[in-house]
Design a protein around this ligand. Sequence first.
Ligand code: COA
Length: 570
Amino acid sequence: MYRWVSRLAEQRWHCSVRCMSSAVRRRRALQSAFPLLQQPLQPVHQHVYQENLRNSNSCHQQYMEWSEKVKKGGGELATARHTQRNRKLLVRDRLRLLLDDDDYLELSPFAGLGLPYGDIPSAGCLTGIGRIRGLWCVFIAYDATVKGGTAYPITVKKKLRAQDVAIQNRLPCVYLVDTGGGFLPLQSEVFPDKNHGGRMFYNEAIMSAMKIAQVSVVCGSCTAGGAYIPTMAEETVMVHQIGTIFLGGPPLVKAATGEEVTPEDLGGARLHAEVSGCVDHLAWEEKEAYDYTRNIVSTLNFQLPEEEDEEETKRREAEEEPLYRSEELLGLAPKCHDHSLDVRMVVSRLTDGSRFQEFKARYGDTLVTGFAKIHGHLVGIVANNGELSYQAALKGSHFVQLCDQRDVPLLFLQNTAPTAAATLCTDQAEVDSNRLKAQGSMMSAVACASVPKITVVIGGCHGADSYAMCGRAFDPNFLFLWPNARVSMAAPGHAGSLLSPDSEQQQEEEKMNQRLKEESSAFFSSGRLWDDGVILPQDTRKVVRDCLDIIKQQQYQLSTEKLQSPLLRI
Ligand code: COA
């Protein structure tokens, strides 16, 4: 699997170089003027629009409530202990010192909320992508106000997903480590399996060998498993009297040997910088550590394109805003599949100048495909506009392969039908089988397209249609949900399609529908990290632009040739 990812990454790199060398020429030559997509709101839309708007407003309320919850971290007591007794900076203040600005893309901020084992704000660690000295980097920053920064199962999942993002997009990875290791009461769910705690260290080695930089800052405790993160990083900074690295802390030493030892003597910054060599830089206080880290990032083998700056400026100046207000997306975000307006209305509120070069407009019209620009980036858009029929799926395959052929990134706007397709067509075996075949082909086309893929679930994410529309299992570079999105095999109210026809009990169906309602909300999904976060519809254009900028950065890495081994700390 890794070899495949690596090979694919290398292929992409060579392919990117090929694209880049011709990009400047092409941008000049092809001053595109895609047709305007005239999609104003009409009186006939008002009823559905208003219903959607009411639903969006209520989803927004939950979005705000969860955002507030996340901001509080582990709560007042833990925050006081962290800042006053332990004299450490809070995680968001750390990020402020590390990153160029506040304009970063946080990943899955709601992960950890509403889980069977309780609310774990930010899953105990913030992850995202921010700029350091102009270079987009993934950050994985522990929040020690949440149970000492220990790793719950969701924490492990979140960290591994952030590393995945770094691998897929070839982004340097910076770890701010402040953790008590695994959360002991749930040790069986964080320790033994392939995608548990150890995978993080495995990834660090693999990424280093792939020339994806690994930098860490020890700004708190690095106990047990946590100790390997800085030790395996390529370059590590450690903060005096705040950072400690050891496999077992002073209480463990006392219990084992009776010896009393201070944390500083057992595994403090001076010990590791002067004696063990586990770290490379000693910072006397936290701010200095982030300054060091910023300088380390400036030594990485990237060369951001100075000579293209002018071109970049021109590109940005030439960008046109959509003709319609992005806030209108709130009324276009479907409350349910029955409340879906023509998806071209959504497209026209996302693309530059509301321009869209539609492909196969008169064929398979339950899928809308075509080219557009988003903040100057050319993208191929694939958007559901009803059920993914036989013709729609064929068209989808064709268009996805077309984009792959032309190295154009894909943007999927997913709003799939509420029920599993097969159950709709029991009387029409042929139609059903043909559709199955076409959807299978589209899944193959999507799975094997080597261009970057971004999926935004703007409505339903149900059944097999969602796979073909580049759902999570199809490994899009990024996948976001709108707050109104619903994620489940069948939509609430369609439980009948999942139960066997002879299951007589209406009660069972009602129970199942209730369960689908609870378990399909965007927040339920995001709490479990089935996506990269819930984004507001009106922010979609910016988020997609950031993703495209981030993905593009790999073109500016000077060398990506795989090393024989990761960098070893010897
Ligand atoms: N598993 C479960 N809970 C843990 C934990 C662990 N490994 N480590 C800490 N906690 C909990 C504490 O019980 C406490 O919970 P509370 O707020 O409900 O009281 C909370 O995390 C904070 O711990 P506390 O010791 O009060 O904070 P601190 O800032 O002084 O120290 C640590 C934080 C992580 C340095 C310290 O708790 C520690 O050394 N923990 C043990 C680490 C360890 O041995 N890990 C091995 C795991 S493989």
